[in-house]
Design a protein around this ligand. Structure first.
Ligand SMILES: [Ca+2]
Ligand SMILES: [Ca+2]
Ligand SMILES: [Ca+2]
Length: 423
């Protein structure tokens, strides 16, 4: 049964995207580091000037980002809601006999307790079960599919309350099915979870076509929700953001690291894909991001909503499990006020870094400035590279042509440095 979802089945088609290989552009790299692009450093041009004064000229070129504000990082809010449910072993007692019912989506050597999503209207979650009882000569193994109450949305935010810690699930009984080598039958599951609690209870009552009603098992179940921030710098191409998420209800459980967002070319303001990246949990274990798709959808109260998959949502177990999540993003940033979030808005491409070259001519230095026509640069000078406060504005230069030369008198200074700021 697990193969339905695991191997490119319903769940993955739901997301519908191939992984996008992570990309890291040079400009992103620089911005991530929080430094301006350092251009060519040319120095050591020793010259004798005015008799016996040794003049060391050095030229330092610094490109600062094109437009104030665009390179600053933004914070958005992110929430993740796992579509798998963790249902712990349950116990049934009848006539003084105790039975246990354990679930896994893989094997029972170390059961992961996962009910994984099926995306069917009448059956939402499935698992493999093992029932042990003093009455059975050996454990009964089978498969079970249940309908969990994933359509309840009491707070009308579009997110199923089942997966939302803040919102409770009133006691709800729904039907299911089970099958094993020894028989088959129906199941009734009664779900309940208080608002603000990540744990709830589910009572499972199986009925066998052959043996009638079996003892009822009571289980605790957990939902996995994460909330936190996405920090990003607006970018025309793929945005490489950083998430820092805490599990709702258990702050010590964290997910943090890079996530990559690529705008959909034909719907770039409203839709983007999530590409492959590697984030880590609180133990430093890698939780690989596999793929995802997110869009603006008025059915949801969050700005962007979609689904994403981890390569292995619970790295503590070797098998792929707990991998599929809903993802919601609220991005309050809209620098140009056009109603399009900075996360998906166009970014004016910055002009390429200018260059500055130097030659000496008599008592003057000739600086050749190559840059973008129409852009105004600020030429600064300093006599001491060690002192970051020593830079003063020499002049501003608006380029009328792609290359322009300016003459600066050297005076009698022993050393002088120039740099260019932009704009
Ligand atoms: Ca809801
Ligand atoms: Ca796992
Ligand atoms: Ca905007």
């Amino acid at each position: 049964m697990g193969a339905v979802f695991r191997d490119g089945g319903i769940g993955r088609r739901q997301i519908g995207l191939e992984p996008v290989p992570g990309r890291r552009l040079g400009s992103e790299f620089r911005r991530d580091l929080g430094i301006a692009a350092i251009g060519t450093l040319r120095n050591g041009c020793g010259e004798t000037y005015q008799g016996d004064v040794r003049l060391l000229l050095a030229l330092l070129l610094i490109w600062l980002s094109a437009m104030p504000g665009t390179a600053a990082s933004r914070n958005a809010q992110v929430r993740l809601f796992c579509l798998s449910l963790k249902v712990e072993p349950g116990v049934a007692r009848e006539f003084g006999l105790e039975s246990t019912l354990t679930f896994t989506s893989s094997d029972f050597a170390s059961p992961n307790h996962e009910f994984y999503p099926l995306f069917e209207d009448d059956l939402t979650h499935a698992t493999i079960f093992r029932m042990e009882s003093a009455q059975f000569p050996e454990p009964l193994l089978g498969e079970m599919a249940l309908l969990a109450p994933d359509t309840l949305d009491g707070n009308t935010n579009g997110i199923p309350d089942l997966y939302e810690v803040a919102v409770g699930v009133p006691s709800t009984t729904l039907d299911g099915l089970w099958i094993s080598d020894l028989g088959r039958g129906t199941a009734q599951a009664t779900w309940h979870r208080e608002a603000g609690q990540l744990r709830g209870s589910v009572k499972i009552q199986m009925t066998s076509d052959e043996f009638g009603v079996l003892p009822a098992f009571t289980h605790a179940f957990e939902i996995l929700e994460y909330g936190g921030t996405l920090s990003y710098v607006p970018e025309t191409n793929a945005i490489r953001g950083t998430v820092d998420l805490k599990r709702v209800g258990i702050d010590a459980q964290r997910l943090s690291g890079p996530m990559i967002f690529t705008r959909e070319a034909t719907n770039r303001f409203r839709q983007f894909a999530i590409g492959e990246s590697q984030i880590t949990n609180e133990l430093g274990q890698v939780v690989g991001v596999s793929l995802g798709e997110v869009e603006r959808d008025t059915d949801y109260s969050m700005d962007f909503f979609g689904a994403m998959a981890f390569a292995n949502g619970d790295p503590a177990t070797p098998e792929i499990d707990y991998e599929l999540f809903y993802i919601g993003i609220n991005d309050p940033n809209d620098t140009d006020g056009d109603g399009i979030s900075d996360l998906t808005d166009d970014v004016e491409a910055p002009p390429p870094p200018p260059s500055l070259t130097l030659r000496l001519e008599g008592a003057d230095a000739r600086l050749t400035l190559k840059g973008a026509v129409g852009v105004t640069y600020t030429l600064q000078r300093s006599g001491d590279l060690m002192d970051p406060e020593a830079w003063i504005n020499d002049r501003t230069i608006r380029l009328e042509t792609a290359s322009q030369e300016v003459t600066v008198p050297l005076g009698n200074s022993e050393a002088r440095f120039w740099r260019l700021r932009w704009p």
